[in-house]
Each structure stands twice: as structure tokens, then as C-alpha cells.
Write a protein that binds this ligand. Structure first.
Ligand SMILES: Cc1cc2nc3c(=O)[nH]c(=O)nc-3n(C[C@H](O)[C@H](O)[C@H](O)COP(=O)(O)O)c2cc1C
Length: 740
């Protein structure tokens, strides 16, 4: 619901908001420019009388002196029936130059206030400010949901590059956007008289003035008592009219000054409404507070970026959305599938189950968990397929499920099987599925099968679950799931480097390119893009070996900006895909697709990174080092068998050490005299590692599960004196694993 609102209103208001934001950002520079040109220092000790005295001889036709919020002084005068305005140095009274408002800034201001359309435009600008406010709030709530609640709002953000950019930038700009939008709305409300006019009452009409001979302006006592920094405007009396007076506006109020006696007459201090209005005006424009203006300008400048990334996220989600075909109505269905999903991949699994059940003769209704109604009169079985998000929380399409379930008073006789989709990188693996299962058990809901879980959208694990389900419902179920939204691409092997044959562990580094070669587009070539899709080191590539529609996943050792797609593959005896890949010769092609793995990335901060791996687990770690162009401290611990035959990436690692992309290389081998494993080396370096972790280091582990478990045990011991454990580091996003 929140997401639907955020996407739809964002799309509808995108153009209005972007124009408002860009024009606002341009205007925000004005107070800073004016302030940098204005002479402000030392003006507090100069009185308005002294300044006006200095101007009297050079500007005999002076009509008005004005001081802007930024501190610039402008004198308006007539000279030979010509009006003019000059910028004045307030200390010396000397002319700095002619003053005229920049026509560009006037145009931008009109664009910002009314899209150059007067009243309809003003209404449009108010609507845009209102939409911006709603979008900012709904976005903030969505971010909090995603991160597991408000108290985790500063946690590292995960997701694809575009998602992280959208959320990170939004998180930084949020306060500025709320301030700009609310103050803008307040000013619109004043314009449309929705809240009472801010103007204070005029000073009382003067019945009687002295009418005597005008005194020199520099002798007028009221003007002598007002400092230039307090002045806003001094309007001179009509020449030769001894009954006219000076009108003065200061920071405190408005009044008159008798041109003969110099007395301050009928001074009217501002009402509190006006003080509030002026404060809000200052907050909105930065006039008088140039640094705030610049900060607000910077935050509004994020709006076009947020709009662009927001549209991309919406489009990607739309592209991957699955609309279930052959969906029976809830009233007629004998089988119900409910789906909890955030980024749609679980819908693909649901469609595969739906199709297989259809094929076996069942009438299936599939819908989101949020639409659960407990009114399925014909249903004999219920399947709940759900992902987990945030810190073990419900995904978007299941956010209301537990509340709806709680409201049920009579549990139906509808056996249920819950299948959780999650990622073992997260401490709360499939937690939401567990919560759903627990809530169903609490309601004494009959079970078809106990909870099962799928890690990293594994098609193999899903197929196994399908077999178990088939047995319980007495139907043959073949769940062959290839993610539908992943378009496979063709890749051509460009290079292979073989290792490990002597130690019975044939391992190859395989480098693929697009068969179409480099991109034809000028822009892409300029940006160094290839015809490869976008991916980062640590993402996964799903490869479809010939004669199989079931993908096998490999961690990527390169990013698309490296111009190649690189994997490191060990051949397993009888392994279908590894044998297929090892049999490839340069020039051969394969079918593959990218599966983002945003949870397995190094932080971009300057904190040290400890990379730990064994065997082919070195692949993504080398990718991280290769792209460590900022030379952040990276320490590699890696275990192989024999330095002579399977020291994977040895030449590359030595060159990265030389050019400082790699800080320290710790390679150990198990089939040499030292017989050392990576966890042994880690234990030896306990002191150094404890210091690195104490400094905020992030740890990335890649390789077999046994190695990862041993590493975790050793690290737990190493960091115990710091009062933390690996689980704590995982919760902080500082311990990530890619294990198989
Ligand atoms: C931001 C984010 C948070 C996640 N949190 C968890 C989690 O706490 N526990 C878990 O097991 N999986 C977690 N996952 C993994 C997803 O549940 C998993 O990738 C799932 O298959 C996604 O399904 P969907 O595409 O249908 O949303 C998270 C993924 C992301 C991107």
C-alpha cells in the first residue's frame, strides 16, 4: 500500500517536483552570492544617520535606502528625472556599482513560485510541494520498514546499486526536503489566505508633524540610534514637503521619523505572526542564513536523482512482476497459494508451483498473503511461499498477513505448508516464514508439511521441496523453476587459465566476453561500457549447461566495468556444469544470466576489509581487490593445496600488492610441509585481526561451508575480548559470507 502510493504519486508528480526542486536549488545560491558580495563586517557600529549623511552630497535625489537580508545596501535615486539604483559600501558610503536584479534569477523565481503561470501555476507549485512532503514521509517509512524499524535507520543499506543509491541519497536529504516542503507549503497557505495574512498593522496615521525646517539627515536623533545592520528600508520624504516624514522599517518594526526634530513617531513593533512568517521565509529561502540556503539547495538537488532512480526501481519491479495465468477464483479453488514477496522473485516460484499443480489437475488460486481472506470454501490445501526482509520482517506483499491471521476466530480444516525464501547471509534466515509457521501452530492450524526453507532462490532446493509435497498430496509434482524474468545472454569464452591438475583439483579461471564485442553506442564506448549487462564482483552468474534448463550459480570475480565476465571454477567429478565449463575452448559460447548478490560487497568506506577464502572462493575476493582503486586497506587470507600447482591468481595478487590495491597477502597451503589451513593462519594473526576488527573492519568470507564454519569459530575466539561475536558483526553488516 505504502509502496503503491509512493510509486504512483511519485510518477504523477515527477515533472512538477523536479522543476520545483531544480529552480529551488538555483535560487538557494542567491543568498550565498549576495552575502559574498556584501560588505557586512564592521557595519554594526555605523548608524543609519551617519550612512545617510555620507550619501547626501553624492545622491541629492535619493529616494530610498534598502538593506537586503544578505546585508547588501542599495540606494534608489532620481537624477535628471532618471531613476537609478546603486550598490553601496555601507562603511565608506562609496558606490560599488549600479544595481539591477538579475533577469535570470527573476525568471527562475517566477518558475519556482508559479511555473510562470500565475494563479494556476501557484496552485500547481503548492500541490508539488505537498506531494514532495508525502513522498518524503512515505519514503522514510518504507526505508524504516526495510531496515527493520526506526532504531536501525542508520544501518548499511542493501539492495541493487540503484536501490542503494535511491535510499542512501534519500536518507541524507530527508531533513532538508521536509524543511523545504513544509516551509513552502506554509508560504503557499499564506498566499491563498488559508492562514491569516502575516502583515502587521501599519503604524498609526500621523495627525500632526512638526512641519519645521528639515534638519540635516545625519543629525536626526532617531536615525542616529538605529544601526545599519538593523535597517531594512528608509524611504525619504517627498522633496520640499515639510509636512512629510521619513518612513523607516527595521528588524523590529515600522515607524516614521520627523524630518525637523528627528523624533521617532508612531513606531509599530512587528506582531508575532509576522516574526513567525519571516522566520519561516528565512528557513525556506536562506535569505539571511546563506549556509542553510545552500544546504537546502543541495538537498533539493537530490530530487532529480531520486526521481530517476525511483523510476528505474519501479520499472525494474514492473518488468519482473509476474501475473499468474490460469488463476482460479478463491471461491472455486481446491488449492490456494499465498505469496509474500518484496522484489517479486517468489512470485516466479509460485507460478511454477501453480503450473505444476494445474498440470496435475488441481484448481489453483494464487494471490498475495495480504489478500488472505480465510474464505476458500472448496480449498483442501494451502501453500504459503514467503520471503523475509528487513531484520527478519515481512516482505511488502505480506505486511498485513499476521494481523489478518490474528483476527481469525475459527481455524479452518485447511492443511498448510509454509516455504520460506531467504538468504543465509542474514542472521534472521527466513525468520518471517518461521513467524508465520509459529502463528499458524498457535491457531492449531493443521499441517500439510512442516516449514521448509530455500536459500538464495535455489531451484534445486525448490525442486526437492516439490517432490516432498508431491508425496503428501499423492501427485507427481515436477517443479522446474528457471527465473522467468532473467533474460539469458550468450557469452563467449575469451581466455582460460588452468591450475591444480597436479593436486587432483583441476581449477580454471574463465574469462568471458560478449560475442558482439564492444558496444557500438558512442555513449557506451565513452563511458567504457561493454555489451555485457551490469554486474559487480560478488554477484552471481547463473549458467545453463547444455542439455539442462537448471542453472548453476557461480560467484563473479569481475565487475562489468572490467570489460569481462570472470569466474573461477573447480571441476567436480561427475559435476554437470563444472565439467561442461571445463570442456570449453576459447571461442565457445554459453547461456547465462546475472543474479545480483548485493549482500556480498565490501563497504565503500575507508574501514579495513578482511577477505577470507579457500579454493575457488578467491574469485569474488580478487574482484574486490581489482576494483579497490581507492586503495582502502585490504587483507587477504586464502588457503590452497600446493603453491606450485594451484596458487590461483598468483601473478595478479602480486601486482595488486605492488600497486597497493592489496595491503597484505596471507596464502597458506595444505599439501606442503606446513600443512596449514586458512583458519590456522587466522588464529596465528589473532592480535592483528582483533585490532583491525576493533577499528571497524568488515569481513567477507567466500568458499566451502566447512571452511566458513571453522573460520567463524576461530574469529569468535579472537574477538571475544572485544565483547562481541560474529553474530553481532553479521547484524551490523560487517560479516558477510558467500558459501557453498
Ligand atoms: C534488503 C534485504 C533484506 C533481506 N533480509 C533478509 C532476512 O532478514 N532474512 C533472510 O533470510 N533473507 C533476507 N533477504 C533475502 C530475501 O528474502 C531473498 O532474496 C528472497 O528470495 C527475495 O524474494 P523476493 O524477490 O520475492 O522478495 C533480504 C534481502 C534484501 C534485499
Amino acid at each position: 500500500m505504502l509502496r503503491k502510493f509512493h510509486s504512483l504519486s511519485g510518477l504523477m508528480a515527477a515533472l512538477l517536483i523536479v522543476v520545483l526542486a531544480i529552480s529551488g536549488a538555483i535560487l538557494s545560491v542567491k543568498p550565498f552570492l549576495e552575502r559574498s558580495q556584501a560588505k557586512v563586517a564592521g557595519t554594526a557600529s555605523i548608524s543609519v544617520a551617519e550612512l545617510a549623511g555620507k550619501l547626501a552630497s553624492r545622491y541629492p535625489g535619493v529616494e530610498q535606502i534598502q538593506r537586503t537580508d544578505s546585508g547588501s545596501l542599495i540606494v534608489y535615486f532620481t537624477d535628471n528625472n532618471q531613476t537609478g539604483a546603486d550598490l553601496i559600501n555601507p562603511i565608506t558610503g562609496a558606490t560599488i556599482g549600479a544595481y539591477s536584479a538579475s533577469p535570470f534569477m527573476v525568471w527562475v523565481k517566477n518558475l519556482h513560485r508559479s511555473y510562470l503561470l500565475d494563479t494556476p501555476g501557484r496552485i500547481g507549485a503548492s500541490v508539488a510541494a505537498f506531494m514532495l512532503l508525502l513522498l518524503t514521509f512515505s519514503g522514510a517509512f518504507m526505508l524504516a520498514n526495510r531496515l527493520g524499524g526506526w532504531r536501525h535507520i542508520f544501518r548499511p543499506i542493501q539492495g541493487s546499486f540503484i536501490q542503494r543509491l535511491h535510499l542512501q541519497v534519500g536518507r541524507i536529504a530527508i531533513l532538508g526536503l521536509i524543511l523545504s516542503a513544509t516551509t513552502g507549503l506554509y508560504m503557499s497557505a499564506i498566499t491563498f489566505e488559508l492562514i491569516p495574512d502575516y502583515q502587521s498593522a501599519e503604524p498609526a496615521f500621523l495627525e500632526k508633524v512638526n512641519g519645521g525646517k528639515p534638519a540635516s539627515i545625519n543629525t536626526l536623533s532617531a536615525l542616529q540610534a538605529i544601526s545599519v545592520t538593523e535597517l531594512r528600508e528608509l524611504v525619504y520624504p517627498y522633496p520640499q514637503d515639510q509636512n512629510d516624514v521619513y518612513s523607516i522599517t527595521t528588524n523590529l518594526g515600522r515607524g516614521f521619523v520627523d524630518q525637523s526634530t528627528g523624533q521617532l513617531l508612531a513606531f509599530q513593533p512587528y506582531a508575532s505572526k509576522q516574526v513567525i512568517y519571516e522566520f519561516i521565509y528565512m528557513l525556506h529561502t536562506g535569505d539571511g542564513l546563506w549556509w542553510l540556503g545552500l544546504l537546502l539547495g543541495l538537498s533539493t538537488l537530490t530530487v532529480p536523482l531520486m526521481t530517476w532512480t525511483g523510476i528505474q526501481i519501479w520499472w525494474n519491479r514492473k518488468q519482473s512482476a509476474v501475473s499468474i495465468s490460469n488463476n482460479t477464483t478463491p471461491r472455486l479453488a481446491d488449492t490456494v497459494i499465498l505469496v509474500g514477496s518484496e522484489s517479486n522473485s517468489t512470485w516466479g516460484f509460485a507460478q511454477t508451483l501453480h503450473n505444476a499443480l494445474n498440470l496435475a489437475g488441481y484448481l489453483v488460486h494464487t494471490d498475495s498473503m495480504n489478500s488472505f481472506s480465510n474464505n476458500y470454501p472448496q480449498a483442501k490445501r494451502l501453500f504459503i511461499l514467503t520471503a523475509t526482509y528487513g531484520d527478519g520482517k515481512a516482505p511488502a506483499s505480506a505486511s498485513r498477513f499476521l494481523t489478518s491471521l490474528d483476527k481469525i476466530t475459527k481455524t479452518p480444516d485447511l492443511p498448510v505448508a509454509v516455504l520460506g525464501f531467504g538468504d543465509r547471509q542474514f542472521p534472521a534466515f527466513c525468520q518471517f516464514a518461521h513467524d508465520v509457521e509459529a502463528a499458524l501452530i498457535a491457531k492449531a492450524w493443521p499441517q500439510l508439511l512442516p516449514l521448509d526453507s530455500i536459500n538464495c532462490q535455489s531451484s534445486q532446493e525448490f525442486a526437492r521441496w516439490g517432490q516432498a509435497i508431491g508425496k503428501v498430496i499423492n501427485s507427481e509434482l515436477t517443479l522446474v523453476h528457471t527465473p522467468v524474468h532473467r533474460h539469458t545472454m550468450t557469452l563467449e569464452l575469451a581466455e582460460r587459465i588452468d591450475y591444480g591438475v597436479a593436486v587432483q583439483a583441476p581449477t580454471a579461471v574463465l574469462r568471458f566476453k560478449s560475442p558482439e564485442g564492444d558496444s557500438k553506442s558512442m555513449l557506451n564506448r565513452f563511458l567504457g561500457r561493454t555489451n555485457l549487462p551490469n554486474f559487480e564482483a560478488g554477484d552471481l552468474v547463473g549458467i545453463l549447461p547444455s542439455d539442462s534448463s537448471e542453472a548453476r550459480y557461480y560467484s563473479l570475480a569481475s565487475a562489468s566495468k572490467d570489460g569481462i565476465l570472470e569466474i573461477c571454477v573447480r571441476q567436480h567429478p561427475g559435476g554437470l556444469c563444472s565439467s561442461f565449463l571445463h570442456a570449453l575452448s576459447v571461442g565457445d559460447t554459453i547461456k547465462a544470466f546475472i543474479q545480483p548478490n548485493p549482500g556480498f560487497r565490501p563497504f565503500s568506506s575507508k574501514a579495513p576489509i578482511v577477505l577470507i577464502g579457500a579454493g575457488t572462493g578467491i574469485g569474488p575476493l580478487v574482484g574486490f581487490i581489482r576494483n579497490n582503486k581507492a586503495h582502502h586497506p585490504m587483507h587477504l587470507y586464502w588457503g590452497g593445496r600446493c603453491p606450485k600447482s594451484d596458487f590461483l591468481y598468483q601473478p595478479e595478487l602480486n601486482s595488486y600488492l605492488k600497486d597497493k590495491r592489496l595491503t597484505e597477502l596471507n596464502a597458506v597451503f595444505s599439501r606442503t610441509n606446513e600443512r596449514s589451513y586458512v583458519q590456522d593462519k587466522i588464529a596465528l594473526d589473532a592480535v592483528e585481526l582483533r585490532q583491525l576488527i576493533d577499528k571497524g573492519a568488515q569481513i567477507l568470507v567466500c568458499g566451502g561451508r566447512n571452511m566458513a564454519n571453522s573460520v567463524m569459530v576461530v574469529l569468535d575466539e579472537i574477538i571475544a575480548p572485544l565483547g562481541i561475536d560474529v553474530q553481532t558483526l553479521k547484524a551490523q553488516g560487517r560479516y558477510r559470507e558467500d558459501v557453498y
